[in-house]
Design a protein around this ligand. Structure first.
Ligand SMILES: Cc1ncc(COP(=O)(O)O)c(C=O)c1O
Length: 462
């Protein structure tokens, strides 16, 4: 029995897939606080124009430049593996596949867009990038990409992860990046948050505010900001995951996938795997698509669809997305990359359409799943990834109860070798489930009160 499917370099997809071209109901545009749509020139101090063009692109297919492919060949195409040992442990009739994005040099899916973004910035004449990072995966991915492309990289890392994951910072530094705990004293945004709450664990929203401020305040105009998730062009770059997977499933003889699962922080690894399958669903295929998130940060399952800022301070345009409110500071769970108040607008719109059904997972069930996975398949998952594994196990158990052969696919977004402190706490019994209390959610949703409201338009087909 084949348990892994590899593709040759010559079989790598040469175009990215853009879901925006196929969504039955168009997305609402990003807007300013006065309600007027954001024009590309307003984004120019933050992003290079070539990426802004991708952000608003409506073409179904976008060519991947040859020079980007040459960098991606270092680890792509990534393996598709069948989790036979997990299947046996569960005694399920389901076939479980996972796309192994942990094989990249930084250990996750993040380099897929880091390389593309660094390359487009370099083409545009930019010399420095700033960014934020939650768990440290994105910061290390961008430091890696900047080293290969020849840019400098400054990373604002959410305080709690900075303290929990010192080796991530060392990875960034090894690739030549600079890593600073956020909130920091380097920016106005950081200083004012520290004044209000000197002991804050930080949040992705705060770190984004700092990174944007650091980029736009470069007097030479040679610095731009890079975001590791949420934006349309990030989803686009990640679709190489799902496009490779389709070729691999065909190679192994799987004609139909029943369930596609990905954990969703800002939405990029989930979208990268799921969007090419969503194209099939839009064309009539019967596929269940499940983004999973922590019950402590339940953006898609409990947050309203609203216009909200991508950062805490309100420096970004207003994005139409499910959100817990831009001032939301999530409980300090170990899946740092899933602690974001919002989600990619493309993911939100497809949820509103009914093309995907989000599911919230509790922390302890996720660790239990991660440990079972490590002890059967061998690889130690990132805490974020465990949210996809726990859901795949739920689906495999369901198939067992129903006695149905089902094909379950999930994205193995990253390994957890830098996240072992979370495992230690789990083994010591020091972790809890933190379902978000209603009062806390309502309090942070107050931040949306005076903002314009988007239409939750849908075709009604799903
Ligand atoms: C391993 C891993 N998976 C998932 C995520 C969540 O991000 P996204 O939803 O953009 O894939 C992160 C973010 O840091 C991550 O490091």
């Amino acid at each position: 029995m084949s348990i892994k499917v590899l593709l040759d370099e010559s079989e790598i997809p040469r175009q990215w897939y853009n879901l925006a071209a196929d969504l039955p109901t168009p997305m609402q545009p990003p807007i300013g606080p006065d309600g007027s749509p954001i024009t590309p020139d307003k984004l120019a101090p933050v992003f290079p124009m070539n990426l802004i063009e991708q952000e608003v692109c409506q073409d179904r297919w976008v060519d991947i430049p040859e020079e980007i492919l040459e960098i991606l060949y270092r680890w792509r195409p990534s393996p598709l593996r069948r989790a036979v040992f997990l299947e046996r442990a569960l005694g399920t009739p389901a076939r479980i596949y996972y796309k192994d994005e942990s094989v990249s040099p930084a250990g996750s899916h993040k380099p897929n867009t880091a390389v593309a973004q660094a390359w487009y910035n370099k083409q545009f004449g930019i010399e420095h990038l700033t960014t934020e990072t939650g768990a440290g995966q994105w910061g290390s991915a961008l430091s890696f990409a900047c080293a290969l492309v020849g840019l400098s990289c400054k990373v604002f890392m959410v305080r709690i992860s900075f303290d929990q994951k010192p080796y991530r910072r060392l990875m960034m530094e090894t690739w030549g990046g600079t890593c600073i705990a956020s909130p920091s004293r380097e920016t106005q945004a950081g200083r004012s948050i520290l004044e209000q709450d000197p002991d804050t664990p930080g949040s992705l929203g705060i770190a984004i505010s700092e990174a944007i401020e650091a980029a736009v305040s470069d007097p030479n105009g040679k610095t731009r900001y890079s975001l590791g998730s949420v934006l349309n062009h990030v989803m686009l770059h990640q679709t190489i995951i799902g496009l490779e997977t389709k070729k691999q499933l065909e190679k192994i003889g799987e004609k139909k996938v029943d369930v596609v699962i990905g954990c969703a922080g800002g939405g990029s690894n989930y979208a990268g795997l799921a969007f090419p399958f969503m194209a099939d669903k839009i064309a009539g295929a019967d596929i269940e698509i499940i983004p999973t998130e922590p019950s402590s940060c339940p953006t898609l399952t409990r947050g309203p669809f609203a216009y909200d800022y991508g950062d805490t301070v309100g420096m970004t345009p207003l994005l139409p997305m499910h959100t817990l409110g831009h001032t939301f500071v999530p409980p300090p769970i170990h899946a740092g990359g899933l602690r974001y108040h919002g989600i990619a607008p493309l993911v939100s719109q497809s949820v509103i359409e009914g093309l995907a059904t989000p599911r919230a997972m509790h922390q302890l069930e996720c660790y239990q799943a991660a440990v079972l996975f490590a002890r059967t398949e061998g690889v130690i998952p990132a805490p974020e990834t465990s949210h996809a594994i726990a859901c795949a196990i739920q689906e495999a158990e369901k198939a067992k109860q129903e006695g149905k052969e089902r094909t379950i696919l999930f994205n193995f977004s990253g390994h957890g070798l830098m996240d072992l402190v979370g495992y230690e706490k789990y083994f010591e019994g020091k972790l809890d489930d933190y379902p978000l209390p209603e009062e806390l959610m309502n309090k942070s949703l107050e931040a949306l009160k005076d903002l314009p409201k988007p239409k939750a338009a849908k075709s009604g087909r799903w």
